[in-house]
Design a protein around this ligand. Structure first.
Ligand SMILES: [Zn+2]
Ligand SMILES: [Zn+2]
Length: 255
């Protein structure tokens, strides 16, 4: 059993062949997935999907790239939608300094408000971070995000930062990049973070693992991530699959 903790099956890239993508995931041993919505249309589609498939769960939030567009009404709407029994987390939220659509101070404010909402609703959070590690860690600390914990998704930082996040009650989730030959940092993170704090994900349709790099990613490929983690930790694939699935179920409160 594998738990893909971060999928965008709500992306239009899956409109044509969603059923086949889901069947391939099942054949690869994927038993659970969390569909992440990060604006109005993707949240609505995520909710539709989790109502249709029993093995899908949702996480809903507002993406930092679009922080500039988030209104008070949007945040109130996210709070309403979070009451859905299959919404297991808030996010993805965080900071993204790669794209400059939303000014950093706006991103920070939208990030802080969502952490506040998560604390109110007692839901774990899924963190998106691109080129903003220092500020992300600082905000998590200042807002006492430790209270709810959550996931550093597709973690690309150093092993030291991973350790800091683990100490703040966060799990480290590894995706496709850990399989890239030149990806020294994620490989080191896989080796050093204890298995009981690790999760696996695809972030599909993005970031396909080796040998599919550059192609559309899909949940079946999370198996390649688990195999890479097993190799790096020098333990069995079964052990990685079992423990990361248990970690995710516990974090999301799934029985
Ligand atoms: Zn992300
Ligand atoms: Zn994502």
């Amino acid at each position: 059993m594998l738990f893909d903790t971060h999928v965008h099956l709500n992306d239009e890239q899956f409109n044509e062949d969603l059923q086949e993508v889901i069947e391939r995931a099942k054949e690869a041993g994927v038993s659970h997935m969390v569909v992440v919505g990060f604006n109005r249309p993707t949240i609505e589609r995520a909710i539709d999907l989790v109502e249709e498939y029993d093995f899908l769960y949702a996480s809903i939030g507002w993406h930092p790239v679009d922080a500039i567009d988030m209104t008070d009404e949007d945040l109130a709407w996210i709070e309403e939608m979070a009451a859905h029994p299959k919404v297991v987390a808030l996010g993805e939220m965080g900071l993204d300094y790669h794209w400059d659509k939303s000014p950093h101070d706006v991103q920070k404010e939208v990030f802080r408000r969502q952490i506040g909402l998560a604390k109110k609703l007692k839901l774990p959070i899924i963190i998106h971070n691109r080129d903003a590690t220092e500020d992300v860690v600082q905000i998590l600390r200042e807002e006492n995000a430790e209270e709810v914990g959550g996931i550093m998704h597709c973690f690309s930082g150093s092993a030291e930062t991973a350790k800091e996040c683990v100490e703040m009650n966060f799990h480290i989730s590894l995706g496709g990049p850990v399989t890239f030959k030149n990806a020294k940092k994620p490989k080191k993170v896989a080796m050093e973070v204890p298995l009981d704090r690790l999760l696996i994900e695809t972030d599909c349709p993005y970031l396909a693992p080796h040998p599919f790099r550059g192609k559309r990613n899909e949940p079946a490929y999370v198996k390649l991530v688990a195999e890479q983690v097993a190799e790096l930790k020098d333990i069995s694939f079964e052990e990685v699959a079992k423990v990361t699935t248990e970690n995710a179920k516990k974090l999301f409160g799934i029985r």
